[in-house]
Design a binder for this molecule. Structure first.
Ligand SMILES: *Cc1c(COP(=O)(O)O)cnc(C)c1O
Length: 271
């Protein structure tokens, strides 16, 4: 468990410096008064790295961490403190949805919902978790119950065949399904990854078309649903392009390699 985990002090210091540097770069490009959420993407990195940032020696704890693989996330969530807010940001498989939503009480958001079916399965999983925790809460005469599970609809803004996500024109229907038919889910916003080439060409001056597309899609979906735009967040921006994404209105950036360094191959990763 977390108490026994070995944290190398030098590694911890290095990670804390990287995180502080990303945080200040985020702050430098954020509109005044806006808090852009930073998800530290820890996939394929050891649990001790996460603990080092979540329980640092001399800084506030970092709360939001992102993972791409269901099994790895379940394993890490069991080893690490419940105070972590986990984000599942990877490609979502239908046969893993229920497990994902049911087995991780501190799963804060699933960012990669791309079909009605997967939304419904996540809803069922979260419903089962809520039922179990309500039973427990009653048994212990507490009325603490886990929250709704936040979800984001992933949009394939680049039209690449190998990217997951709904077509921009199909985002509204999926958002409606989440809101109308999934009582245990809360629609938080829209997410995109985007094309690598566009992300590499992103600078403060050079607008990334994927990010413009996600923003336009959000504006349209919000309008159709009769919501204010601010009710639907934008999750866009990674290590290579988060500053440009914030310039285009991102509410949440997902940064991995700039914090944790290059990732090992999946087969070589150790939790
Ligand atoms: C891996 C990953 C990231 C982080 O990528 P970096 O380039 O390492 O910052 C962000 N979002 C998603 C969906 C990812 O899979």
């Amino acid at each position: 468990m977390a108490e026994e985990m070995q944290i190398n002090p030098q590694r911890a210091k290095h990670l804390a410096e990287n995180l502080a540097s990303i945080s200040s770069r985020i702050k430098a490009v954020s509109p005044a008064g806006k808090q852009v959420r930073l998800i530290a993407v820890s996939k394929l990195k050891p649990a001790a790295d996460i603990l080092a940032l979540h329980q640092p020696a001399s800084a506030p704890p970092h709360l939001h961490f992102g993972e791409n693989y269901v099994q790895e996330l379940i394993e890490k969530s069991r080893l690490l403190p419940r105070s972590i807010r986990w984000h599942f940001i990877g490609g979502l498989q239908s046969n893993k949805c229920k497990q994902l939503a049911e087995q991780i009480p501190n799963l804060w958001c699933v960012s990669s919902v791309d079909s009605d079916k997967k939304a419904t399965l996540l809803d069922k999983g979260r419903g089962a978790l809520l039922e179990a925790t309500q039973q427990q809460a009653q048994d212990q005469q507490q009325d603490e119950a886990a929250d709704k599970l936040r979800v984001m609809v992933q949009v394939n803004t680049s039209g690449e065949a190998d990217k997951s996500g709904v077509e921009p024109g199909d985002a509204l229907a999926l958002c409606r399904h989440v809101v109308d038919a999934c009582p245990h889910l809360q629609l938080l916003g829209l997410m995109t990854i985007g094309a690598i080439a566009r992300s590499q060409a992103t600078t403060a001056e050079n607008e990334n078309e994927d990010f413009v597309c996600l923003r336009d899609t959000r504006d349209r979906v919000a309008k159709e649903m009769g919501w204010g735009e601010e009710r639907l967040e934008l999750s866009m921006g990674m290590s290579a392009d988060f500053e440009g994404a914030i310039g285009l209105g991102s509410d949440e950036v997902r940064v991995g390699s700039e914090i944790f360094g290059e990732r090992p191959a999946k087969r070589d990763a150790v939790v």
